[in-house]
Design a protein around this ligand. Structure first.
Ligand code: PEP
Length: 244
């Protein structure tokens, strides 16, 4: 399976950062064996997509409806119109800050698919849940309710992001990542049959140039969702290189 390396710029980036997006897109051309994308704040998507037309630019969320009275929201067809090819759905920061539920996330994933976007659906446990020995149960429960009834690897990826590892510099033990990704693989194969074998499972949470080669070598880790270390080409390159 081709590795998928996706940057999540979160609420970072203005016009001054367009040159960094160009640098990342230029870098991507040197790694044809890796699928690379950057998910940007909505305000930058259209400009980035026209600046680097050959490179995959994504959003970080979409509304479940295509249009309507939803002030401040952005729909999947709007992302497509702006030039996005993918979107993150159900990031833990949105689950926490915007109170997104598994049901919302499932509807958003279907909306993304209907609009022709690839979707990365995020799941992950809190530290309290892990310490209570409930990490796998929580993540499988999130998957059960957040993934649509039909999916395949052409448009869907899953990102396992332990909440306590995001932006903290902490990562789980390799054996814990392996155990979780295996459990996720089993779940998606049981739901989607052989299509579940081709759905990429990304790891996210403090992945950087130092730990990427270890994390990306773990079975069923098919790529990474990267926040802080995707904000510049220099920090992002070693991760892409490890994937290659
Ligand atoms: C993320 O926000 O998806 C993420 C993994 O962030 P970081 O790499 O900064 O931990």
């Amino acid at each position: 399976m081709r590795k998928y390396i996706v940057g999540n710029w979160k609420m970072n980036g203005t016009s001054n950062d367009l040159q960094e997006i160009s640098a990342i897109a230029a870098l991507a051309t040197q790694y044809p064996a890796v699928d690379i994308a950057i998910c940007l704040p909505a305000t930058l998507i259209a400009r980035a997509a026209s600046l680097v037309p050959g490179f995959a630019i994504g959003g970080q969320d979409c509304h479940q409806q295509a249009s309507g009275a939803h002030t401040g929201c952005i729909s999947a067809p709007m992302l497509v119109d702006a030039g996005a090819r993918l979107t993150i759905i159900g990031h833990s920061e949105r689950r926490a800050d915007q109170y997104e539920t598994d049901a919302n996330i499932c509807a958003k994933a279907m909306a993304a698919h209907d609009a022709g976007l690839r979707a990365i659906v995020c799941v992950g446990e809190t530290l309290t849940q892990r310490d209570a020995g409930k990490a796998i149960e929580i993540v499988l429960g999130q998957l059960e309710s957040s993934l649509p009834d039909e999916a395949d690897g052409d448009w869907l990826s899953v990102a396992y992001e332990p909440v306590w590892a995001i932006g903290t510099g902490r990562i789980p033990d390799e054996s814990d990542v392996a155990e979780m990704h295996f459990a996720i693989r089993k779940h998606i194969i049981s739901r989607f049959g052989s299509d579940g074998e081709a759905i990429r499972i990304l790891y996210g949470g403090s992945m950087n140039g130092e730990n990427a080669s270890i994390l990306l070598a773990i079975p069923n880790v098919d790529g990474g969702l990267i926040g802080g270390a995707s904000l510049g080409a220099v920090k992002f390159e070693p991760i892409i290189d490890a994937a290659a």
